[in-house]
Ligand binder design. Structure first.
Ligand code: MF3
Ligand code: CO
Length: 236
């Protein structure tokens, strides 16, 4: 899982380096697909429940599961990249939201709050702690900034499958759910909105957008809990 997750991080870095005004989202998807072929790893999302691409690319009011296509990135956009691979039977999964040339102060703050909430949750991963401590840390961090947490999607256990138990909601009271044990591996993924948390799915059957059209952000890491605390696997 450490190798799979490091490869995810490296490929996300490579894709991120190609984000600039004018690039089509399908070009970014091809960069990820080519990187998978070079490394002989499988893109985890391609074909998952019929998902048609290697990357999920969600721009501005798109929350998650945006399908790459002819859409061109422009200055001021925020671009969420979500990516996973399977390597030697194990999965890694990560996401980040990238600001493109001169985004608004509100967008900058949304990215900061969302990334900070991910690290707040990771910080709560302790042997003997409870799963919903992570959920609570995410919600309180995001709401402190005046933003909201998307409720329709969750983080998840990860390992020999992309999605394993338990589900990890990004909101809720602390002290509930399974007791955390060394060896557990989670994909923690706060998804947030600058406005309301309600989402709708576009007619393509995948793309989730905020109902009120407000900006959305997404950060995700694959993290292992060890006796010495959390280990972020999807970091270079
Ligand atoms: N990181 C997302 C998740 O864990 C990506 C899945 S998208 C799909 O759910 F295309 F694979 F469905
Ligand atoms: Co995930």
């Amino acid at each position: 899982m450490a190798v799979a997750s490091r490869i995810v991080a490296e490929i996300l870095e490579e894709v991120k380096a190609h984000i600039r005004p004018g690039v089509e989202t399908r070009e970014l998807d091809e960069i990820a697909a080519a990187a998978c072929r070079r490394r002989r790893v499988e893109a985890a999302f391609k074909g998952y429940r019929g998902y048609p691409a290697s990357l999920c690319i969600s721009v501005n009011e798109e929350v998650v599961h945006g399908i790459p296509g002819p859409r061109r990135i422009k200055a001021g956009d925020i671009v969420s990249l979500d990516f996973g691979v399977r390597y030697n039977g194990f999965y890694g999964d990560a996401a980040l939201t990238v600001p493109v040339d001169g985004v608004s102060p509100q967008a900058q703050l949304l990215l900061k709050a969302t990334e900070e909430s991910l690290y707040a949750a990771i910080d709560r991963m302790r042997v003997g702690g409870r799963l919903s401590d992570l959920s609570h840390a995410i919600q309180t961090t995001v709401e402190r900034y005046g933003f909201s947490v998307i409720r329709q999607f969750v983080g998840h256990g990860i390992g020999r499958s992309l999605h394993e138990d338990p589900q990890i909601p990004n909101f809720g009271p602390p002290g509930k759910g399974p007791v955390l044990k060394a060896g557990m591996t989670f994909a923690i993924e706060p998804m947030t909105s600058a406005g309301s948390w309600q989402v709708k799915i576009l007619p393509d059957g995948w793309t989730a957008v905020t109902q009120d059209g407000s900006l959305a952000a997404h950060f995700e890491h694959t993290v292992a809990l060890t006796d010495k605390g959390p280990l972020i696997l999807s970091r270079i």
